[in-house]
Ligand binder design. Sequence first.
Ligand code: GLA
Length: 323
Amino acid sequence: MSIRTFELANKNGIAMTVTNYGCAIISLRVPGKDGKTRDIVLGLDNAEDYASKAHPYFGSICGRVANRVGNARFTLDGKEYNLEANDGPHHLHGGLVGFDKKLWTVEEVAANKLVFSLVSPDGDGGYPGKLVAYCIYQLTDDNILRIDYRAETDTKTVCNLTNHSYFNLEGHDSSNIYNHEMQIFADKYTPVDETLIPTGKLADVAGTPFDFRDVKLVGQDIDAAGGFDHNYVLREEGVAASVYSPVSGIRMTVKTNSPGMQFYSGNFIDGTVQGKGVTYQKHSGFCLETQFFPDAVNKPEFASAVVTADCPQEFYTKFKFEW
Ligand code: GLA
């Protein structure tokens, strides 16, 4: 197996570049209302760089469990499992060599569809069970980037797959995301402690900087929020978020059947990562990571990220673009 690069395109001028290393979306070019096509995701120069350079999960698939597992451990059927701690005492995005740092098998290549698979052996990163993950990217002619996630296991285990693309609808080389008009269709979020582990409560967004029920500029309350890095409790299957850039005229609508969505405003990007001719800075891009709630494996009150041999996990995320 080797690191490969693929191009998907649709008939309306959207095109994307993807590598099988971490299933990373390297670029996503979308036309704007001014007729100019912009690359709207942060990324590195080429596929090889994803394997050799440190980067904050640009465009990659995170797993086996995306987001944080508190104190890097969990208990399943009375047995404790210890995971790699790579975020202080916690486990983040699958540990030191998460799914973003694996070379995925290319199962299918078509003009508008890519199918990747990954075998995660029993004990991988500390997780029980041999898990087979699938990531399917489709770029449709109705301007939807659809991502399907599937996880099959031979033994009861936990799994939470997401894509970690950083978007900037003004273009990846634009300075920041403050002028994006954001709407998140959630009444509640999961408050966190100072190490970003949820307290277990579901709190109302009303009266907090996290309230995006009505359209609000990302920059308006970003300081009051201490930067966004929070999981939203989605109301129901369907529209999770809608984001618009008055600069490009591009609107991105996110739909999913996942219970939660992490809104991350690129708080940890610090001017040390360069890609595609740009030095990325704090708040250069935002992520809308559809997923189970963080630390769900330790929070019985959260929707369960457990997957069994009888019941594979299946989730989708659709990013629809209009201009
Ligand atoms: C996720 C986390 C953030 C951060 C980024 C990667 O979005 O929630 O806290 O770890 O990944 O930098």
